[in-house]
Every structure is written in C-alpha cells, then in structure tokens.
Design a protein around this ligand. Sequence first.
Ligand code: 13P
Ligand code: SF4
Length: 319
Amino acid sequence: MDTSANNFSDLNDEGLKREIARLKREKNALIMAHYYQRDEIQEIADFIGDSLALARQAALTDADVIVMCGVHFMGETAKILCPDKVVIVPDINAGCSLADSCPPDEFEKFVSQHPDHTVVSYVNTSAAVKANTDIVVTSGNARKVIDSLPADEKIIFGPDHNLGEYINSVTGRNMLLWNGACHVHDRFSVEKIIALKKEHPEAKILVHPECRRPLQLIADKVGSTAALLEYAASDPAQEFIVVTESGILFEMQRKCPGKTFIPAPADDIECACNQCEYMKLNTLRKVYEALRDGKPEINVDPEIAARAVKSINRMLELS
Ligand code: 13P
Ligand code: SF4
C-alpha cells in the first residue's frame, strides 16, 4: 500500500504502533532498543539489550534496515558491523556525554604519547576513537576482556574513568585512565543512596559501573544493565535500589512483576532527574517517521570504519 499520500500526523500511540508494525514487515526492518529507551519504545522493539547484546545482535541480523533506538554511537557500531544495511537512529541528535568527553584528536594525541600501551576503549565512543583503539569493550565484558590480556600488558582505558577504576579494582591492573564520564551516572550521590537504604534496609543496591567509586563500594551488585537485570531476577531480595538510568525499571518490572524497584534520585540541580535526555529524544512518532522515510541514516567514513571494525570484532571474539 502506498502511504505517502496519507496524513498520519494525528495518529495516537496505538495508531503509531500499528503503522510501525506494518512498515517493519514491508521494509524487512528490525527495531532494536537499549534498556534506557522510553517504555513505549521498549514495548514495540524486536530486540532489547545492553550495549553488548545490541552489537552482537546487529552483527547477526538478516534484516535490511536496523532502527537503532538508542544513541548515536550505538547506531555507528551497528553500521560498522553491517555496512550494507541501512541503519537509522530515530533522532540523530541522540548523542552521549561520555562519548563527547573523549574528542578523537585529543585521544589520538594521548595514545601517541604512550606507544607501548594497548588501547582499550569503552563502546560509548565515536567511530573515530574506535579507529584508534585495539579492543572495544562494554560494561558487560570489560572485565573478561582485560583478564584475557597478559598480566604485564600496559593498557590505556578510556573514556569512562569510573568504569576504568572499577575494572582496575576487580582485575588488580593499573590501567592508565582517560578522565571521561557520563553526566547521568557521575551525578548519583552516595549520601542519597545511603539515606534511601536507611528507609529500605532490606533493599539490595544495584549500581552501574559508570557511577563513582564510593557508589561501587556500597553496591550489592555492580554491573552492566543486563547484569543488573539478571541479578534482580535471580536474587531472592524483593526490593532493590537501582542506581542507573531509570529507563531500566521498565524491563526490571516486566521481568520481576512482584518485586519493588526504587530509582536512585539524581543529585544535581541542573539535572532534575535520573534520565538520560539523549536516550529520551527517541519517541514512538520518530520511530514511525524514521521507518517511513528511511532516515536519519547513520553513515561512517569507510576508512574509519575499516579500522574501527577490527577493534569491535576483537571484542566480539574475546567475549
Ligand atoms: P550498558 O547497557 O552496556 O550497561 O551501557 C550503559 C550505557 O550507559 C549505555 O549508554
Ligand atoms: Fe551516554 Fe550516559 Fe546517556 Fe548512556 S546514560 S547514553 S553513557 S549520556
């Protein structure tokens, strides 16, 4: 059916969901979503995951179009792994403060000052940074990847300083850390979490490793979004204080309907909530329009992609 002449501007959420399902079949598209996406996007996604699972699934899919409901670096990673597919991020302005904290030219200079170091970069980076990296990691596999390297290997780790400190502590390494951070995770306050714990003494504390070290130290579990979900589902506790972006509560509640999840409050007056405004830029309507129009498309310079794919593939081989 040719829909170009129709006016769908007045579609409500149910209408948008119907149109998205129809366009998805018509275009052989796969909708992927990160756990921090809006609830209604997680509801319609074909695949929901952490950064590692999204990269793995992108490498496996036989869809012609990938709608990556996440942020720009996730779209870039999918495009680098699937150069022949159309990769769309519904809102092209969905960036990442952590990726922005690592400008490619400054990182290149830093790397060149330490030529005897292996360069390990978190997936939350631009394609240009990945092109200057030996191995990419996510929070889901960073420990495993670092453990696989010889004990005396000198390592640069960037850009997330908090994750780097966590990996140093659990592996006994002394990696040289880039000083980057995520503006959402870096602002959670240990005092507020301790106060919450006093109100809910039975609650287990779940912390993403992008949070600062004092929070990692009071956590019952430190892990990627997927690892925190798994812990919440398998641990007998009935109450959890969740110290990461609050979008994850949707999947936690779906996986564990009887349990209580308490979102951690943010601690900064400029950041009124514990949500990532970049992640929340994608909406149901933008997903519909992106599928309908085949844009905004993610493209990566082929020379950069050819270098970046090596560091991403090395991660996929090692984890
Ligand atoms: P993970 O889902 O891999 O834990 O990543 C968290 C994140 O900040 C994504 O932007
Ligand atoms: Fe980037 Fe932080 Fe948002 Fe994740 S939550 S996309 S690390 S700004």
